[in-house]
Design a protein around this ligand. Structure first.
Ligand code: BG6
Ligand code: BG6
Ligand code: GLC
Ligand code: GLC
Length: 944
């Protein structure tokens, strides 16, 4: 007896373990950790490629932005219908999410029904597939007695690769798994669903959000675990999503915060990246699939293919005589006869071998015990490879998240779903173990989504709905800022009336049309050294300018910038001019020219009534200035007196010039067509060359210009100059400083002004004055923005309704911030840091809304300036009796030069509203100081 036992023991040792031959046969499918690390590194490289704008088009792994910016925060609420297609089951659901309650406490209630998805629909016409979906939806609503009259938001889980530009839109890139319906690739599937719902009729459905199943799974699990930032599906197909830093998502604007990216990792290897890991069996599975060459990784991993891989291996081994004594059945030769459920059954802990026998017998095979052990082992190797590959992919994602956040270790939860993960007895444990082995420094928790993906889809929809309603309210608030063509035409017409009225009625009109006593643009003969003082923009500037005759390029400029403190701007006139005299003194010291007694031009950027080139009576302060005892006085005399009081240096102040005029002259020095000057800065204003006869006739009785011959009084004693110029037809024009900022001071713009504009006007130092300027210029735009932001906050649409002290403070929103906020790159980050400086703790959405507000306000400002400019150039054209005018506008001002969009919008509007004018806009290079120096040069040459 003992001998028999010994012999059988001896033979059992001699007879090979049946798993060994399988191991040898499937050597290439058994992946070691170093190979997995290698695959993981390759996948990391693929992710990078997919995220970058340059390489995305060619990338196999698409890394699709999902527009889901946060995991659930508990504020989601509402009642939703949901559709779930693309997994092994097609489901219609109703999901109720109660505010602020976790699911365990009954925060979410769901009712669902699985509908059949006939095979022929998967490969038929896309519209028929969606008709079936929408008819099932209607059936569900009827069965559950859901009102057909009421509008219902719908959450749509669609588990295929879609390119999304918003949450409620998604272009199907390609089908995967067993779907291949015609006419949907490259189309918006949300739109296709809406159309099908319309065709079915009788329902009022708002498809508010579409999500991939990975995203929905992440959100489902994220509802009770805030660390859940990865969603994983190992089901019919396989895929993963995770929260990526927005700054790495090139395809979406903005840098602040995170966005969920649907990796579509199933396509890993489609470009050959996994070729050295691919076996003949994988190639065969691929070749027999509906999408050969596509979804290579998916075909090594997911439920749709695992059974088939096992079948092909078993078939080949049998053919080689390694199984079933070499016999093969027809059933074994038939595609699809071993399923993933079979694979799971074969690997069952206790019944596995019995199950294997049953499965093989059902395939008309007659397996021995060893055959069963061997086939079970095949199944193990195939499914083990699957979990190993998933572990490698997941390790890549987790490593990326860790690196993104600059962490040495990472605590994270992965939300998982899919039949393979849920039904295969060993799969989860193996996967967890390998992930932890590959990433020992990470604390990874796996959470099974036990209620499918629809809960998560509903959460996304809730957020989408809240955002859509927020957006509607913001759009409504901003709508008065959006001017239509007819309104812009009206503004142009009113500006034209303003210009005409100003020429006729001295002083009493809103657009003052002040003569500048500048008759020519420069001709290149200007020469010498001049000082220019420039007051009224953001800063005070002192300049020294040297011209050489005929050498425009060689004008040389030295300058220094001084700030004018607010208390000086709004103190006494004497203090203001003493301050200027002191700055000039400093500049002369700096240049070593204290004793030079230079001729000087004074750019004074406020409305001045001039009777000659070197006198100017301040009509009224504008912008932020309010120094006492200046209005009604000659500013040149005030400056001369201040210099005298200093008794330190001498200046010969030859000309006083508005900044618009200085800018026009500066640009005209380079381009003789420049006959208009525009400032879009702290304030706004325009000057242009008007026909002298229009000024002459209309201002005859004013005492401004007494001569009849068109030669102004300022030049009448200058014999030589007259000789030079009389024969010259040029003295037919004079530059007029329009002071267009005053348009609307009679209420003519009240119909376009919003309540916010009225508020800004009322709070300004000159209420009722400079109404056009207050709609368009840098000094006021920030204030308008603040008023709108304040209103939105009070309405609970911003900053969670918290009106903070800084937000209530006038002037806090400096206009320079508008330019930064609206710049396209780095924008959100900047918005947030600016808001932070204002003491406003903003979310990503707050930043987006604030940017919207800025855009609306600055866009309107640019359009209004454009409309005003159209009136000016059309007037010049008509003055000259031309059908077509070619003209250049010299421009300066921080808004024009620094704002990212202002200049384009202004130009486009002006050109659109004055189609008979060909307007070139020329930014002034050195500010208006050079122009003031040119005017000084001419005036100096004309002096007796
Ligand atoms: C389900 C989800 O739970 O899992 C589906 O609700 C998803 O949307 C599916 O596609 C994935 O698994 P399977 O195995 O059904 O493809
Ligand atoms: C400067 C001019 O370049 O532009 C100033 O030299 C002018 O005279 C100014 O007032 C306007 O811009 P801002 O943005 O400084 O008001
Ligand atoms: C396929 C789809 C993908 C989906 C996955 C799991 O890979 O392309 O979108 O997430 O299957 O269902
Ligand atoms: C204000 C001034 C005007 C100036 C403009 C631009 O509107 O009144 O004179 O040209 O600002 O600086």
């Amino acid at each position: 007896m003992l001998a028999v036992h010994l012999i059988s023991f001896f033979f059992s040792k001699l007879k090979e373990d049946p798993t060994k031959k399988v191991d040898r046969f499937l050597y290439a499918m058994r992946l070691h950790d170093d190979q997995l690390s290698d695959i993981s590194a390759r996948f990391q490289a693929e992710m990078k490629k997919g995220l970058s704008a340059e390489s995305n088009a060619a990338a196999a792994v698409k890394m699709l932005p999902t527009h889901v910016r946060s995991t659930p925060d508990g504020s989601e609420k509402g009642q939703f219908l949901a559709l779930d297609i693309g997994g092994s089951k097609f489901k219609v659901l109703q999901v109720k999410v109660r505010e602020g309650i976790g699911i365990r406490k009954g925060g979410v209630e769901m009712e669902e029904k699985t509908y059949p998805m006939p095979k022929e629909l998967l490969i038929g016409k896309g519209s028929e597939l969606f008709d079936h979906v929408s008819e099932s939806l209607k059936d569900f609503m009827q069965e559950k007695s859901i009102s057909m009259e009421k509008k219902h938001p719908l959450a749509f889980t669609f588990s295929f690769p879609c390119e999304q530009t918003t949450l409620d839109q998604g272009m199907l890139l390609s089908w995967s798994k067993n779907y291949r319906a015609r006419g949907l690739q490259g189309k918006d599937v949300v739109q296709a669903l809406r159309e099908a719902i319309d065709r079915t009729g009788g329902m009022d459905i708002d498809v508010s959000a579409m999500v991939n199943d990975t995203v929905a799974t992440m959100m489902t699990c994220g509802f009770d675990d805030r660390y859940c930032e990865v969603g994983l599906i190992i089901g019919t197909g396989t895929n993963a999503c995770y929260m990526e830093e927005l700054r790495h998502v090139d395809l979406v604007e903005g840098d602040e915060g995170r966005m969920c990216v649907n990796t579509e990792w199933g396509a890993f290897g489609d470009d050959g990246a996994l070729n050295d890991y691919i076996t003949q069996f994988d190639r065969d599975v691929d070749a027999a699939s509906v999408n050969p060459g596509k979804q290579i990784f998916e075909k090594m991993v997911s439920g749709m293919y695992l059974g088939e891989l096992v079948r092909l291996v078993v078939l080949k081994m049998a053919k080689r005589g390694l199984l079933f004594d070499g016999s093969v059945s027809n059933a074994l030769r038939t595609k699809g006869r071993i399923t993933t459920a079979d694979v799971a059954a074969m690997e069952q802990y206790k019944n596995g071998l019995n199950n294997t026998r049953d499965i093989l017998m059902a395939l008309d095979l007659n397996p021995s015990h060893d055959d069963c052990i061997a086939v079970q082992h095949v199944s193990t190797i195939v499914s083990f490879r699957s979990s190993n590959l998933v572990a490698a992919g997941l390790a890549a994602i987790l490593t990326r998240i860790k690196q993104n956040r600059n962490l040495r270790s990472l605590r994270i939860t992965v939300g998982v779903d899919g039949t393979v993960y849920k039904t295969h007895p060993q799969y989860p444990k193996r996967l967890h173990k390998v992930v932890r082995r590959l990433l020992p420094e990470c604390h990874v928790r796996f959470v099974l989504s036990d209620s499918g993906s629809s809960k998560g889809a509903a959460l996304v929809t809730a957020v989408a709905q809240r955002l859509a309603s927020l957006k509607r309210q913001v759009v409504e608030t901003l709508s008065p800022f959006r001017l239509n063509q007819a309104q812009l035409q009206l503004v142009k017409a009113r500006m034209r009336e303003g210009l005409e009225a100003g020429l006729k009625m001295k002083g009493s009109s809103t657009v003052k049309m002040l003569p500048s006593f500048v008759y020519h643009t420069p001709d290149g003969t200007e020469h010498g050294k001049y000082l220019a003082l420039d007051l009224g923009g953001t800063n005070f500037r002192a300049l020294l300018v040297k011209f050489k005759k005929g050498l425009q390029q060689n004008a040389r400029l030295y300058h220094k910038i001084y700030t004018i403190p607010l208390e000086t701007m709004q103190g006494t006139g004497e203090e203001l001019f003493d301050h200027i005299a002191q700055c000039v003194s400093d500049f002369l010291d700096y240049m070593g020219m204290k004793n030079a007694h230079l001729p000087a031009g004074f750019t004074f950027s406020f409305p001045c009534e001039q009777t000659a080139i070197d006198t100017g009576t301040l009509v009224t302060w504008t912008k932020g200035f309010k120094a006492t005892d200046c209005e009604g006085h000659d500013v040149v005399s005030m400056l001369r007196e201040a210099i005298k009081r200093r008794n330190e240096y001498n200046l010969d102040i030859v000309a006083v010039v508005n900044d618009t005029v200085g800018t026009m002259m500066s640009c005209a020095y380079e381009d003789p067509r420049c006959e208009v000057g525009l400032i879009a800065g702290t304030g706004t204003n325009v000057c242009y060359m008007e026909e002298l006869k229009n000024i002459q006739k209309t201002k005859e009785n004013t005492g401004t210009m007494k001569r009849d011959d068109g030669i102004p009084e300022g030049e009448q004693d200058d014999g030589t100059e007259r000789e030079k110029k009389e024969g010259d037809a040029e003295i037919s024009k004079m530059c007029i400083n329009t002071e267009w900022g005053g348009l609307g001071d009679d209420g003519s713009l009240d119909d376009i002004a919003t309540p916010y504009d009225k508020e800004v006007d009322q709070n300004s130092i000159n209420p009722g004055k400079q109404r056009f300027e207050k709609l368009t210029s840098g000094m006021y735009l920030g204030e308008i923005v603040r008023q709108v932001v304040l209103d939105l906050t009070r309405g609970g649409l911003l900053f969670r309704g918290h009106v903070t002290e800084p937000l209530k403070t006038p002037g806090i929103f400096q206009t320079k911030f508008l330019s930064q906020i609206e710049s396209d790159r780095l924008a959100l980050l900047q918005v947030r840091s600016i808001l932070q400086q204002l003491g406003l703790d903003s979310t990503c959405h707050d930043s987006i809304i604030v940017k919207e507000v800025c855009k609306a306000v600055s866009h309107r400002a640019a359009q209004l300036c454009g409309a005003g400019m159209a009136a000016v150039v059309d007037k010049i054209r008509e003055n000259r009796g031309l059908d077509h005018l070619k003209i250049t506008v010299g421009v300066d001002g921080a808004l024009y030069k620094l704002h990212p969009h202002f200049s384009q919008v202004l130009q486009k509007t002006a050109r659109g509203l004055a189609p008979q004018c060909d307007v070139t806009f020329m930014p002034s290079e050195e500010g208006s100081g050079k122009g003031a120096a040119l005017i000084t040069a001419v005036a100096k040459q004309n002096q007796p």
